[in-house]
Design a binder for this molecule. Structure first.
Ligand SMILES: *[C@@H]1O[C@H](CO)[C@@H](O)[C@H](O)[C@H]1NC(C)=O
Ligand SMILES: [Cu+2]
Length: 250
């Protein structure tokens, strides 16, 4: 029989999960027309009946997260048991994508990080474990402490949006954008950080000539003890180290 503290520890977060968390519901390129992302609720629709969008679908019906004890599994790439989006966002190198989360809880402060992987062939047939990502941008702590002001607060203030620029001069091709929020509200405890990766297919046009670096599998990004993963928001701090590889600036 579970103790009271066990019930408290498990039931409270579960109650919050269903309503509180978000996903990337849509995208605009250079503030153009709305493009649908993927809704996690489509995952169990019979094959071929879910709407086809550039967004990868994942087994996160609770809008939940990937925990550090899964950071060495392919689930960290594009969320749990992810399946590729069946369309592409069309964009050019140098374009700005605005990603619209449907919602985001104020308490879930932490970094927003973007990665790109080049697909060999069609991203619509890619598997999460086959993708080799390079980090293209990141932002996290802005000011204050305990808990301070974070880029997730900016995201909420900007109608739940976050912008990412496709590196100028990037060579044309099929790419997966991996956009991620890491929520740190429980990250002071081991295995408490929460990664919310969202993947989207992008067909990059234009006349760029720069190749992405070789990059690495998402399973190599983070360790549970990285200073930006095991991190206590609720204390006085004066710095924060964003986890993962260095940013490729193009
Ligand atoms: C905020 O985002 C929603 C989509 O999530 C959109 O429908 C709405 O127009 C946006 N509001 C503003 C003021 O841009
Ligand atoms: Cu939560």
């Amino acid at each position: 029989m579970p103790s009271f503290s066990t019930i408290a520890a498990f039931s409270f977060p579960l109650l919050q999960l269903a309503s509180a968390h978000g996903y990337v519901a849509g995208i605009k390129v250079n503030q153009g027309t709305w493009i649908d992302g993927a809704n996690p609720n489509w995952y169990y629709q019979p094959a071929g009946t879910a709407p086809q969008t550039p967004g990868w679908q994942a087994l996160n019906q609770d809008n939940g997260f990937v925990a550090p004890d899964s950071f060495s599994t392919a689930d960290i790439a594009c969320h749990k048991s992810a399946k590729p989006g069946q369309k592409y966002i069309s964009a050019n190198s140098g374009d700005t994508l605005t990603l619209y989360w449907n919602t985001w809880p104020d308490s879930h402060k932490g970094p927003v990080i973007n990665y790109l992987a080049k697909c060999s062939g069609e991203c619509t047939a890619a598997t999460p474990g086959s993708l080799s990502f390079s980090k293209i941008s990141q932002s996290a702590w802005l000011s204050g402490s305990d808990p301070g002001t974070w880029v997730t607060d900016t995201l909420i203030a900007q109608n739940f949006t976050s912008d990412v620029k496709i590196p100028a001069g990037l060579a044309p091709g099929n790419y997966v954008l991996r956009h991620e929020i890491i929520a740190l509200h429980s990250a002071g405890s081991a295995n408490g950080a929460q990664a919310y990766p969202q993947c989207l297919n992008i067909k990059v046009g234009g006349s760029g000539t720069k190749s992405l670096p070789a990059g690495e599998a998402a399973t190599a990004f983070y360790k549970s003890t990285d200073p930006g993963i095991l991190f206590n928001l609720y204390t006085a701090f004066t710095s924060y180290t964003i986890p993962g590889p260095a940013v490729w600036s193009g």
